[in-house]
Design a protein around this ligand. Structure first.
Ligand code: NAD
Ligand code: MN
Length: 358
């Protein structure tokens, strides 16, 4: 029997609550299936670790998880520590060195969930956003000088390499090709940002030639927000830079009903390093410890993890269990307007996995 080694990093805030729910569900799935199992190593990295050790993860942290089959991540973000320290010290400290350059964010309106878009209740909104996850605006290039003086200067330089742009656009075309609609929308801001974004457009045109069966179009990121709201059915697969896709995918999550549902995969497609799976939401300081965090984002991220591990039947079973549970309002947490608790949703999904409420 195959045993998958999973590194679980709950991080901060509700991260711990949703990751322990996710791990419970993974074990239930494995025992239902009987063909594989999970060996989960948990790492207590994050804000509390920082308060004790002055860093978010140990210096050799990446060596401790490099040989795992996948990483399941909660959230980085602590009320007492500046966000740029928690983000760069943990999440980006894993994503960037592990070259997880493709950040994949599916958005669908699951059964039972109401979109804030009145006209939309399912098939009209079925997207995958591909976010460049290794460079661009989040390359970390820049600096500050003359701090505190009137002449203080600060720069964040967006850095785009042709290799980086080409590989993410090719990844997105391939993903678009694998979906029924075979349509890709390339998002830039090549009117105002006249260097790197123009290179994106050029690379897109070149790479498109390799995919004659995929139709594609271009959008400026500001106009894209309008199209997502007004014509959601016109979109399928979407590719954008690190910053643009970060923003668009939060909008996408809101349009699909709640930030608490949305999943993401940080993929190293070449599999030279482990890939990382996480809900897109953060630490949710306002609901920490209340037991009401929606675990669906973590469950759906686990579906993506199973897919990546090649366990397609188990991935499908878990997705079906999630949809059965979202379809039943008794399992809606307060972010969805219900009164269910994290533990209720988790138990509901586990029951559905075992077929108890099939
Ligand atoms: P957030 O996602 O933590 O919360 C935004 C709102 O959505 C809150 O009202 C919260 O209660 C709600 N929400 C989020 N997830 C939910 C869930 N699973 N169930 C129910 N409600 C949920 O975003 P924020 O408030 O902007 O950030 C809080 C902290 O998290 C910050 O420190 C930020 O840097 C960090 N953060 C980390 C990540 C990450 O690690 N990937 C992502 C986003 C934010
Ligand atoms: Mn974000």
């Amino acid at each position: 029997m195959k045993t998958y080694k999973i590194a679980a990093i709950p991080g901060d805030g509700i991260g711990g609550e949703v990751i322990s729910a996710g791990v419970e569900v993974l074990h239930a799935l494995a025992s239902r299936d009987g063909k594989f199992s999970f060996s989960v190593d948990e790492f207590d990295w994050g804000g509390e670790y920082y308060k004790k050790h002055g860093r978010m993860m140990p210096e050799n942290g990446r060596d401790l998880i490099r040989d795992h089959d996948a990483i399941l991540f909660g959230s980085a973000g602590h009320p007492e520590i500046p966000d740029h320290i928690t983000l760069w010290g943990l999440r980006l400290a894993i994503c960037q060195p592990f070259d997880q350059y493709a950040n994949v964010r599916p958005t669908r309106i699951l059964p039972g969930i109401t979109s804030p878009l009145r006209r939309v209740d399912g098939p009209e909104l079925d997207w995958v956003i591909v976010r460049e996850n290794s460079e661009g605006e989040y390359a970390g290039v820049g600096g500050r000088a003359h701090q505190g003086h009137p002449i203080e200067v600060a720069t964040d330089v967006a850095m785009f390499t042709r290799t980086g742009v080409e590989r993410i656009i090719r990844f997105a075309f391939r993903l678009a090709q694998s979906r029924p609609r075979k349509h890709l929308t390339v998002v830039t801001k090549s009117n105002a940002q006249r260097h790197a974004m123009v290179m994106w457009d050029e690379v897109a045109t070149q790479v498109a030639a390799e995919f004659p069966d995929v139709t594609w179009d271009k959008m400026l990121v500001d106009a894209m927000t309008v199209r997502m709201v007004m014509k959601p059915e016109s979109l399928d697969t979407i590719v954008a830079t690190n910053l643009h896709a970060d923003i668009l995918s939060d909008l996408a999550a809101a349009l699909a009903g709640s930030l608490g549902i949305a999943p993401t995969a940080n993929l190293n497609p070449e599999r030279a390093y482990p890939s990382m799976f996480e809900p897109i939401h953060g630490s949710a300081f306002d609901i920490i410890g209340k037991g009401i965090a929606n675990p669906v984002g973590t469950f759906w991220s686990s579906v993506m993890m199973l897919d990546h591990l090649g366990e397609k039947p188990a991935a499908n079973r878990l997705m079906a269990a999630i949809e059965r549970v979202t379809g039943d309002r008794r399992f809606h947490t307060p972010d969805l307007g219900g009164t269910a608790r994290t533990a209720d949703v988790t138990a509901g999904v586990i029951d559905a996995i075992h077929g108890a409420n099939a």
